[in-house]
Design a protein around this ligand. Structure first.
Ligand code: SF4
Length: 440
């Protein structure tokens, strides 16, 4: 008997936009220009690997990365003759994604279509998707997909069932449809994706975070329980990526790579002990990057550390939930100084992220942030206008708006002198870092 053919689709982006469906733990980001940053389709590539192991014949159609129009994407899909369709939808491109699902169902009558995506955790969105699909799968989809394919039927009328992942694979999921054990996931089937278009590959070695940042979409998409691979699994994934794909760089998608310091250090030690050759990047809170860990990371091939600073204003940090109360702000800010200095010493590019967009900005708040960033001298600074994601603690009361975001981002960019915002990795500094690395 031939294997059932399953086509996993990232829908097209609208002309003039980039849609990064993997961003913000799967809520997605949309940028008003083409060619903006995109993560490789980690979720769909992992779903494909799970389906392969379960005896299906999966393929990935990455219409967003290939800049296909909806018509071109459907033509490409027809050439593959799918028996099932799985479409990853996201929040910022919601209407366009649903329109694509409707067009796909019209183009492939009798072929069941399942939608997946973090935004479906929101009941209103799940119900909205039910009119454009044959099943709405809620929760982390990977291990539930084989059971979803067994259950889904093409509908001729009425809304699709909204099915939590835990109902399909109770052993694998907790009550909120987060995977119990992410280490049981196979490596993503990158060979089915146009991954070279991205210029890098990703590793998702932990999900979830137990911190209380009120704006955070990651605790919605990946939950509040920190679930992580052990160092051995990370080492094996990196080694497999290097041998099988040799990507120029590897990006850890973990929201808080250094949340468990022992694990982070163990990953670095495993990389060094097994001589895994990889250039990698990671992201975490300032206090997770202590100088000793950063030194070890540099020796283990870390090329960039992304440091989520967000603000230096004690009242803002407390209001954001970055610190418990204003008395902890000084230590937090000092940790950012230490992290950037540690990166400089270890030959790692430091990339600091800050947030703006406050309707209730304090007098001088943006200027103080600008002055701090000047003094900090990180290699890169990203200024993000704050965004209110559905289902976050912030929903409904966040003191932010787009106009304040644009104004303050522009003001901050003016304060930052070019050297602080441009690459600073001098040849001498890099050579010294390599020397230190080799001397251990
Ligand atoms: S530390 Fe990062 S991942 Fe954790 S809650 Fe805060 S913003 Fe979210």
């Amino acid at each position: 008997m031939s294997k059932a053919r399953v086509l996993l689709i990232q829908p097209p982006a609208l002309p003039g936009t980039t849609v990064n469906r993997e961003g913000a733990a799967g809520f997605g980001n949309q940028y008003p220009r083409e060619g903006a940053f995109l993560y490789p389709p980690h979720t769909l590539a992992t779903c494909a690997a799970v389906l392969k192991a379960a005896g299906y014949l999966p393929a990935v159609l990455d219409a967003a990365a290939e800049r296909l129009s909806p018509r071109e994407a459907l033509e490409r899909a027809a050439g593959w003759d799918p028996g099932y369709l799985v479409v990853q939808v996201c929040w910022p491109a919601w209407e366009a994604d649903l329109a694509f699902c409707r067009a796909a169902r019209a183009r492939f009558p009798g072929v069941p279509l399942i939608v997946v995506g973090t935004i479906l955790r929101h009941g209103d969105f799940a119900r909205g998707a039910a009119g454009a699909a044959d099943m709405v799968l809620v929760g982390e989809p990977e291990q539930a997909l084989p059971a979803a394919l067994e259950r889904v039927r093409p509908l001729t009328q009425g809304p699709a069932p909204v099915v939590p992942a835990v109902e399909l694979a109770p052993q694998q999921y907790d009550a909120e449809s987060y995977l119990r054990d992410i280490e049981s996931l196979p490596p993503p089937a990158w060979e089915l994706t146009p991954w070279k278009r991205y210029g890098f590959l990703s590793v998702l070695s932990s999900r979830g975070c137990d911190q209380s940042c009120v704006y955070c979409p990651y605790v919605v998409g990946w939950g509040r329980r920190f679930r992580a691979w052990g160092p051995a699994r990370v080492r094996e994934e990196l080694r497999w990526l290097a041998e099988r794909f040799a990507p120029p760089r590897v990006m850890f998608r973990d929201a808080v790579f250094g949340r468990d310091r022992g694990r982070a250090a163990g990953i670095c030690e495993a990389i060094l002990r097994w001589q895994v050759r990889a250039s990698w990047e990671c992201e975490s809170r300032p206090e997770h990057f202590d100088p000793e860990l950063v030194r070890l990371m540099g020796r283990a091939g870390c090329a960039r550390a992304k440091i989520g600073l967000e603000s230096v204003e004690p009242a803002r940090l407390a209001a954001l939930g970055r610190v418990g109360d204003v008395s902890q702000a000084e230590m937090y800010v000092e940790a950012a100084r230490q992290a950037v200095a540690g990166c400089r010493h270890a030959g790692i590019r430091s990339h600091v992220y800050v947030m703006v967009g406050w309707k209730d900005a304090l007098p001088g708040e943006i200027e103080r942030l600008g002055a701090f960033l000047q003094e900090l001298g990180a290699d890169d600074v990203s200024i993000k206008p704050a965004e209110v994601y559905p289902l976050t603690t912030w929903e409904g009361w966040a003191p932010v708006d787009a106009e304040a975001g644009a104004r303050q981002a522009e003001g901050l960019a003016r304060i930052l002198p070019p050297p602080a915002r441009k690459p600073r990795g001098s040849l001498l500094r890099r050579a010294m870092a390599v020397l230190r690395r080799n001397l251990g």
